[in-house]
Design a protein around this ligand. Structure first.
Ligand code: AMO
Length: 403
């Protein structure tokens, strides 16, 4: 007797060959076909209590559609795990594992949930340029491109364009697209190419209008994703948290007090974020929370952020964190030309270099705000992956440009 397990996207079926009843040529063909080959089997399905699904296939005809080379660079059915680097080097084979595929089913479900939520709330889906003359998130992380002998950059964020669309009267836009950052740091939470889910809305009163929209979108997304994953029997369905708005809001000043560094004005390090996550989740019981009211000194580079009129030493800006990891940042934008130009200068940027952007503020710009949300980080925390690289099909980092 010989068995083969035949796998496709719908699951695994057992093929059973009984020596006495199987054509010897067929038996020999099966025995000599290497693992992971692609085969087509025609036969009869019979009940078999011992088989995984209670049935087995008795083959009548088998065709080898594509024979796999031996040895495999990576096992698919092996219990012993391989190093992440080995897995990523042979990613196509790694992706064949049902447990790895499940991560991308989760990703698909989240994207479906996001899109459904945005559309149901009257957002337009937009696609903004990824080849740019000028970035918005600081020069240090821009990738240069040779654009017909003119210097150009890969977009770090759709920031400037989603704001310009507010002046175009679009009022609510979203984009799900790659963003590129030359992040030199080799961490488990950074990629050089990541998926940014951006939202921008007009006619807001303050940053809290933006937070309310973002938390509603996150809640919708998780609900839709859960329904889709339950229907397909995906293992992440029951692990997804229920997002319960309103998420707690904690001021930056309070964060520094909780960290034991009251009055400090600096970027929160990943370690600060992690410690804050422990404290805040234990205190509030909600894995999601907003950090609000950042000191202007920490966000000077974020020239588009709105400084509070009555306390300009703070910006109406926030981060959305989940258990100690930043998932999104956003807030109210500065929509007044004069103030915006001053902010741009304070950031050390020449306003002339942003003329295309600034024109949108000259001829009528509504008050607006929005956010950038990292889809890869969301998948990473929801699937409890130790490294963000596992959340993307073919991740890009400082040392990886292939496959
Ligand atoms: P920010 O730079 O905070 O904001 O980015 C927004 C979110 O994008 C994700 N992210 C990353 N994910 C993986 N690898 C990276 N290198 C990386 N960099 C960022 C994070 C982060 O919270 N323009 C603003 C958004 C806005 O104000 O609307 C921006 O890009 O999840």
């Amino acid at each position: 007797m010989a068995f083969a397990l035949l796998r496709d996207g719908s699951g695994i079926a057992q093929i059973t060959l009984k020596k006495e009843t199987t054509d010897p040529a067929l038996f020999a063909l099966f025995a000599s076909t290497p693992r992971e080959s692609v085969v087509q089997v025609d036969g009869s399905v019979e009940s078999s209590p011992k088989a995984q699904r209670g049935v087995e296939v008795i083959p009548a005809h088998v065709e080898i559609l594509s024979q796999a080379e031996v040895p495999l660079p990576l096992g698919v059915a092996d219990k012993v795990g391989a190093e992440l680097d080995t897995r990523l080097n042979h990613r196509v084979i790694d992706l064949r594992k049902p447990a790895v595929r499940a991560i991308f089913e989760l990703r698909t479900a989240l994207l479906e949930g996001l899109r459904q939520s945005f559309l149901s709330r009257g957002f337009l889906e937009v696609e903004t340029p990824k080849l740019l003359k000028q970035g918005a998130e600081g020069g240090a992380t821009m990738f240069s491109v040779d654009y017909f002998d003119t210097p150009a950059f890969l977009a770090q964020s759709p920031q400037l364009y989603k704001q310009m669309l507010m002046s175009a009267g679009f009022e609510r836009v979203f984009e799900t697209a790659p963003a590129f950052r030359a992040e030199p740091s080799d961490t488990v939470r950074h990629l050089t190419e990541f998926s940014s889910i951006d939202g921008e809305i007009a006619y807001i009163r303050d940053g809290d209008d933006v937070r309310q929209m973002l938390e509603a979108v996150v809640a919708d997304t998780l609900a839709t994703a859960r329904t889709r994953l339950e229907a397909s029997g995906n293992p992440y369905a029951e692990k997804l948290p229920v997002a319960e708005p309103p998420f707690p809001r904690v001021t930056y000043a309070e964060c520094q007090e909780l960290l034991g560094t009251p009055g400090a004005e600096k970027d929160l390090s990943p370690e600060d974020e992690r410690r804050l996550g422990e404290i805040l989740v234990a205190r509030n019981g909600n894995p999601f929370y907003f950090l609000i009211d950042f000191p202007t000194a920490v966000k000077v580079g974020t020239f588009y952020a709105h400084r509070f009129d009555d306390r300009p030493q703070f910006v109406d800006y926030f981060d959305l964190d989940y258990r100690g990891l930043e998932l999104a940042s956003g807030g109210r934008r500065e929509h007044r030309m004069e103030q915006l130009t001053a902010n741009i200068r304070a950031a050390g940027v020449d306003p002339a270099s942003l003329e295309g952007y600034l024109e949108a503020f000259r001829y009528g710009m509504p008050p607006h705000g929005g956010w950038g949300f990292g889809l890869d980080r969301f998948v990473t925390v929801l699937a409890e992956l130790p490294n963000i690289r596992e959340s993307r099909l073919f991740p890009r980092d400082r040392y990886r440009l292939t496959p």
